[in-house]
Design a protein around this ligand. Structure first.
Ligand code: SF4
Ligand code: SF4
Length: 319
């Protein structure tokens, strides 16, 4: 059964209910090259948003009341337009989320990122795929765990993750291999205890995200002969209770050139909004996006498996 057929009895044809968040992927340049990366990001990628595209996106945003801007990459901080995007979105009164890999703080020229984040009061969503050193280094490269802990400590020192500071620091977990994430609440408790006891690190929420079998993670699964098994696992754990909360129902995603997609995964698959019609964000009205049909595929089962998955973590509980 296709994903569209699977969700149809629950919500009918999948459509966007509204636009609560604009997710901006500023490009694929990253200081890391993680084995599970669905973006195929890395230090040699050249796709990076230009200042002109960033300005057009900001102009479009200014004409809407979309409350949240979610900036991702790659390592989004490496895009020259990054700080301008953050500052103007904040000046427009929008909440800004930055998807931050922590290790970028160790790269020359980016040491001041925690201070910049705090100064703009952005919400930091930091990837830390496990609290154990060996697992992080296996997925992200040697030394990544130590660099990540150092980055978390710097953020904590500025108030991030601390009660009453108003500076929110969330962590992102994704499984190392072809399995569903551990239940979010239980894992949060394990992360919190380990990070506090071992490193004195605190954070707000833990977001568990299911790996989507595209790009580099898909190649890894193919190499391991695990792709079919993983895709079946996701399909067999389809959970109708999370369909109404799928993130594509409330966000739009824009790429480094300004083209629009239903989510970052569709973006990576080149599935442009409107059956592939090439349209940039500034050619669309907000009303064109609310209610528009969502393009789906087999990869979508990652969002509905078990407790569900989104850029905001799990969507509920496994039925
Ligand atoms: S998973 Fe994140 S940190 Fe790792 S290569 Fe991809 S974008 Fe960079
Ligand atoms: S992959 Fe994207 S389009 Fe498919 S269900 Fe998930 S969020 Fe929606």
């Amino acid at each position: 059964m296709t994903f569209a057929e699977q969700v149809a009895p629950v919500v009918g044809p999948l459509r966007r209910a509204g636009v609560d968040a604009l997710q901006i992927n500023v490009g694929r340049l990253c200081n890391q090259a993680c084995v599970h990366c669905h973006v195929d990001a890395g230090p040699k990628r050249t796709e990076v948003m230009s200042p002109d595209v960033a300005e057009r996106i900001l102009d479009w945003l200014a004409g809407t009341a979309v409350p949240t801007v979610d900036i991702t990459g790659g390592a989004p901080e490496m895009a020259p337009c990054f700080r301008r995007l953050v500052a103007r979105a904040r000046a427009l009164g929008r909440d800004v989320i930055v998807r931050h890999n922590l290790t970028i703080q160790q790269v020359a020229g980016y040491e001041d990122l925690p201070a910049f984040f705090a100064g703009q009061a952005v919400r930091v969503v930091a990837s830390l795929p496990c609290y154990l050193k060996d697992n992080v280094d296996r997925q992200r490269g040697r030394g990544a765990h130590a660099a990540s802990v150092a980055g978390l400590r710097r953020l904590n020192a500025l108030g991030y993750g601390r009660p009453g500071s108003g500076l929110r620091l969330d962590l992102v977990y994704n499984p190392l291999g072809p399995s569903l994430p551990t239940p979010q609440e239980a894992l949060r408790a394990a992360y919190a205890q380990h990070l506090r006891d071992e490193y004195g690190v605190v954070f707000n929420e833990l977001l568990t995200i299911t790996n989507v079998a595209i790009n580099r993670f898909r190649l890894q699964l193919i190499r391991e002969g695990a792709l079919e098994r993983y895709e079946k696992l996701l399909e067999e754990h389809f959970n109708p209770a999370v369909v109404a909360r799928l993130m594509c129902r409330s966000l739009v995603s824009v790429d480094w050139l300004g083209y629009v997609y239903d989510c970052d995964f569709n973006q990576m698959l080149g599935m442009r909004l409107g059956n592939g019609t090439a349209r940039r964000l500034w050619e669309l009205r907000l009303d064109d996006l609310a209610g528009s049909k969502i393009l789906t595929g087999r990869h979508c089962y990652a969002c509905t498996a078990g407790a569900g998955s989104s850029c905001g973590g799990s969507l509920g509980r496994e039925e």
